[in-house]
Design a protein around this ligand. Structure first.
Ligand code: M6R
Length: 608
């Protein structure tokens, strides 16, 4: 959500900023803009639409200068338009500001500024920040930033430059991510690491309330008391290649194919010499675990679905009751959370505002927070007591795939560890499951060699208005995740139902030719699933089954079946979701939609 890049140094700022914004496209946006200071003073351009619109314009109207800021906007206040695109300026266009987040008291500030004679060109909340910089500017950009920060409330990552001071910019952070990239004779600030990785691997995250004063030779960070904070940059180990398409047509397809490696990396880094799981960043002791009387899993979207599968694993193996809650609902429900509760927060990005807010509420109530996240140093990781990093590598496509399967692995490993600590699993079963978990990576690699069946299904459903997914038990969670995948990128209405619940209402939706995808991988449920499939078949549904190899009963009632190799029932979600990912991918390609950047969606949702 909103991408930010700021640069000061010896290179052409426009080039650095545009290439940085390209790396942030995955965040989702609807307009893009840039401001550069050079010998002609402040120059800028901003347009509604893709970055390519801005880029094409800049080819004919290049901006010269070695300092600048650029932005991709995901609309909150005001429609996507040229006027509402960032940067926003003060009246005489000497100050430029870009912003990710929401200024909650902008109406109040706007009224005050209007009274002072300021005129507004946009409907955004951000424009008040540009005018505030103007109001307080007295020749010192940093001091002005301190004053502006004391006036604004909300969530923000803000960058500001002033034409009269073309050697510096300031960066303010509260709840929206900002990373500093330390170069040689040049420095960068951006919303995410890939934007700076072409130039430097030495980075540090800004914390809430911090302000960075950035020049070509130095970056000084100040805390809320305006004291200097010593930042310890860390070195990014992964390559930019990991954040590019690497020969695949789309990031989503690449990321689907990266799942076996993600699973391996997530498991293998956590095995000790004796074959036990060793969760380094989780400091929970046996005593801590014995104290927990319940677990809450809190997350959004796909991460929530991973949590719902995690519930099955934890309850089955460790016999601790688990409640799953959507993060945006959790904190308004006065949840049963206290110091005997473990709250597992799941977030690929580690920056999702709803999830972060839920984490803080749980912490306030005394819970122990364990986060599962893919981004080292993200806000959620930093605010948690314990962290499980999924080593999926950067996930760029808006539709989450490899983050999901590695989150499942995280849950299986956590569940196994809790079970061992609580003596609810014997060592034989423990090692058997670890063995099978490891094998899923190779099995998945094999499965991914042939996606012809998923392509066939995509051809069958691409022109349908609606599609239903069914499942029982843990398969119902897989069905939910498959339906989300299809609707978010192909825009086909897709819904999932507990197969046994269908007859209590939803079956009324089934008519001749309605496509139904029935997930049936649980050996104890096959017969019940077959009955539910018969029920929809009798009403004219065209049924595609997803089941385990050798299940001939399923084949006998479905119009088409996609088989996955048989593994322990508990682990099938790791494999069964993949045909669903591929069906969504191929359907979207056939419909000619933008797979990686679906409409209305952002990769990282940093507003509540
Ligand atoms: O970064 P997070 O895991 O916290 O994101 C949560 C959801 O926004 C995310 O999973 C979303 O549902 C995806 N677009 C699903 O593919």
């Amino acid at each position: 959500m909103c991408g930010i890049v700021g640069y000061v140094g010896h290179s052409n700022a426009q080039q650095v900023i545009i290439s940085g914004l390209e790396k942030l496209e995955y965040r989702g946006y609807d307009s893009a803009g840039i401001a550069v200071i050079g010998k002609n003073g402040m120059e800028s351009a901003k347009f509604k639409g893709r970055l390519s619109v801005l880029d094409n314009y800049l080819k004919d109207h290049p901006l010269e200068g070695n300092i600048g800021i650029g932005h991709t906007r995901w609309a909150t206040h005001g429609v996507p338009s040229d006027e509402n695109a960032h940067p926003h300026f003060n009246q005489d266009k000497t100050i430029a500001v870009i912003h990710n987040g929401i200024i909650e008291n902008y109406l109040e500030l706007k009224a005050m500024l209007l009274e002072k004679g300021y005129q507004f060109r946009s409907q955004t909340d951000t424009e008040v920040v540009a005018h505030l910089f103007d109001l307080y500017y007295d020749g010192d950009l940093l001091k002005t930033a301190f004053k502006v920060e004391s006036e604004i409330r909300g969530t923000y990552a803000i960058l500001a430059i002033h034409q009269d001071s073309p050697h510096e910019f300031v960066a303010l952070r509260c709840e929206a991510p900002l990373v500093i990239g330390y170069g040689k004779g040049e420095n960068f600030v951006a919303s995410d690491i890939p934007a700076v990785l072409e130039y430097t691997r030495d980075v540090a995250f800004l914390e809430n309330g911090e302000i960075a004063h950035v020049t070509a030779d130095n970056v000084v960070v100040y805390n809320t008391k305006h004291e200097v904070v010593r930042k310890q940059p860390f070195t990014v180990e992964w390559t930019l290649d990991a954040a590019t398409k690497g020969g695949y047509d789309h990031f989503m397809l690449k990321e689907i194919h990266e799942q076996p490696q993600g699973i391996r990396d997530t498991i293998n880094t956590r095995m000790d010499a004796k074959g036990y799981i060793k969760l380094d960043d989780i400091k929970l002791t046996k005593e801590d675990i014995a104290k927990f009387d319940k677990i809450y899993v809190v997350a959004c979207g796909t991460a929530f679905h991973a949590g719902c599968v995690g519930k099955y694993a934890i309850e089955k193996l460790a016999r601790i009751p688990v409640m799953c809650d959507i993060a945006s609902e959790f904190r308004y429900q006065d949840p049963f959370v206290d110091d005997k509760t473990l709250v597992i927060v799941v977030s690929q990005s580690g920056e999702t505002a709803d999830t972060l807010a839920a984490l803080r509420e749980a912490k306030r109530k005394g819970a122990r927070i364990l986060s599962i996240t893919n981004v080292v140093g993200s806000s959620i990781a930093r605010e948690s007591d314990d962290v499980f990093y999924t080593w999926a590598g950067p996930e760029v496509a808006v539709a989450s795939t490899k983050a999901y399967t590695t989150q499942l692995v995280a849950f299986y490993m956590i569940a196994l560890n809790l079970a061992l600590a609580k003596n609810t699993i014997n060592e034989k079963h423990y090692f058997e499951l670890i063995d099978q978990l490891k094998q899923t990576a190779d099995i998945l690699e094999e499965m991914l060699k042939d996606d012809s069946r998923e392509k066939e299904v995509a051809g069958l459903i691409k022109d349908k208005a609606a599609l239903f997914y069914l499942g029982r038990g843990v398969d119902m969670q897989t069905a939910k995740e498959m339906a989300l995948k299809l609707k978010e990128i192909s825009y086909i209405y897709a819904e999932s139902f507990a197969a046994g619940e269908l007859k209590h209402g939803p079956i009324a939706l089934i008519e001749n030719g309605t496509p139904v995808i029935a997930v049936s991988t649980q050996s104890a449920m096959v017969e019940k699933m077959v009955s539910n499939i018969q029920e929809v078949k009798a009403r004219g549904a065209y049924v595609i089954g997803i089941g385990c190899e050798g299940d001939s009963l399923l084949a006998s009632v479905c119009d088409k079946v996609i088989y996955i190799p048989r593994v322990d029932d508990l682990l099938t979600p790791l494999l069964s979701v993949v045909p669903g990912q591929l069906i969504a991918y191929h359907t979207t390609c056939m419909k000619g939609f933008d797979v990686d950047k679906p409409r209305n969606l952002a990769k990282s949702v940093t507003v509540e």
